[in-house]
Write a protein that binds this ligand. Structure first.
Ligand SMILES: [Ca+2]
Length: 197
């Protein structure tokens, strides 16, 4: 039996930690990878200060303190990477807090930079003044490869268009629920609500 001292106050026996696991093993068979993943010596930093977690959280704790190496860990990392490499973007809405222009509504459009190409969207212009909100939940979702950059522009009729800011929408936020991108160049202030999944 391996016993590891975490502090002067006492020692933990790994066996005590795994008693519930032992009970599970009797029903489901052994889970050898858990013990195999444990190093011979433990990092002393902070371990003792942690409350003993519920068994369901224990594995997460162990993985956080003792990063694994080897084929299993590589597969896990690859899975995580593939989860963040592509996703879908659903726009929710666009809010104008402060318009760039003050005599006429802004004529908003985006240049969406996908990395290997840029598309202008929408083809029409979104006329917006302070306080306006455009519901975009009916807009078709689009596939994202890693991330896209939304560049917001105000289409001016008689001079060059005004750049109102940019935001990177990343698949790292997939599943994180509603997000907000702010555009605040040139005196304007817009909020784009969206989610990635
Ligand atoms: Ca303008």
């Amino acid at each position: 039996m391996v016993s590891i001292t975490f502090s002067k106050q006492g020692a933990f026996s790994w066996y005590e930690w795994f008693i519930p696991l032992k009970k599970r093993e009797q029903k489901q068979g052994p889970k050898k990878s858990i013990k195999a993943a444990l190093p011979k010596t433990a990092n002393r930093v902070g371990v003792h200060d942690l409350k003993l977690p519920a068994m369901s959280n224990l594995l997460l704790l162990i993985m956080a303190f003792f990063p694994m190496h080897g084929p299993e860990a590589s597969a896990t990392t690859a899975d995580a990477a593939s989860l963040t490499s592509s996703c879908r973007l659903q726009l929710i809405g666009l809010k104008c807090i402060t318009a760039e222009g003050y005599l006429t509504p802004d004529a908003i459009y985006f240049k969406i930079d996908h990395g290997d190409y840029v598309e202008e969207w929408p083809k029409s212009r979104m006329r917006m003044s302070a306080g306006d909100y455009i519901d975009m939940r009916e807009v078709n979702s689009i596939a994202i490869d890693g991330s896209v950059t939304f560049n917001m522009w105000d289409d001016d009729t008689f001079d060059s268009d005004d750049f109102l800011g940019k935001a990177v929408l990343s698949c790292r936020d997939a599943g994180a629920g509603e997000k907000i991108a702010s555009f605040s160049e040139d005196g304007a202030y817009y909020k784009l609500y969206y989610k990635l999944y």
